[in-house]
Design a protein around this ligand. Sequence first.
Ligand code: FBP
Length: 330
Amino acid sequence: MPLFLEDYLAMSATRDGRLRPVAQTIAEMAKAAAVVQAAIASARIPQHAEANPDRVNATGDAQKALDVFADESFLAAAKASPVFCYGSEEQDAPVVLGKGSLALAIDPLDGSSNIDTNVSVGTIFSLLPALDEHREDPVRMYCQPGTRQLAAGIFIYGPQLLLVVTLGLGTKTFIYLPERAGFALLRTSASVPEDAAEYSINASNRRHWPAHVRRYIEDAEAGRDGPRRRNFGMRYVGSLVAETYRILQRGGVFLYPSDRRDGYGSGRLRQVYEANPIAFCIEQAGGAATNGTTRILDLVPETLHARTPLVFGSKGEVETFAGYIGKQTI
Ligand code: FBP
């Protein structure tokens, strides 16, 4: 008999009463994720993968019908949960729901540009305490470092619907079983291999990279004949949740550094609802996450939609990357 998500959440809330609202919220989000997966799998939303030029989200991306559908689905889940405010990539400002002890930060449909190619996409979320002193100014609620997260996770819409989640006691993976309409435990404890010979980066941006990134990648490419004295493989899906799950399964390192393009001075990925939750899941699985010089979870975001360079994965490889910084500047 598998362990179901509700049982795991109930056990966690019994062990630590402060996790009760977290458990309630994740259970509501799991129901929303099943609805989003069904919509993706059946292409049920008309023109689901087409960008609507009239709708642009807070960070400048054209919204697709599925982005909007996922956002509405998770907002409804938040309304049914003890969530004070809902901070989404798809909304300019946090939506104040006015009750509850949690602040939910979410990228409702990460990687939606991959929908029409049938590649895995996902929902990334982070649960923070809703602090009394910021109730009048909810943006400040999201300016807490990632170390304050109570829970974080990703739903992956792919060949399987998965939930990778941490409540601060390891990282667990659940799989959705349609015949049971519920999530069952798939992996008791995810564990990122400490060392791995696979890297993941959008190499088309090479000419824009800082020198330390170019040198790190060149040394990896040189393989056994180069200073690293080993061969590396390269994988890049262009879907953060898919890269994250691959790294959880078999290690490796993912890099989205800052670069010289306009608007990429702090990289592309968002700190509050992408980097922080992924860093929490990865660290709880024994991996590491950095912006190059500082642990991701120690950074204090300036706004809900702040960006950060992000390098995460196998601890040894993340440390090796950090060692390249300062050896040579742009
Ligand atoms: P969105 O949050 O706008 O969906 O973009 C995020 C993302 O699609 C990640 O999933 C992926 O890692 C990254 O962008 C890919 O960016 P690029 O196309 O610049 O390599």
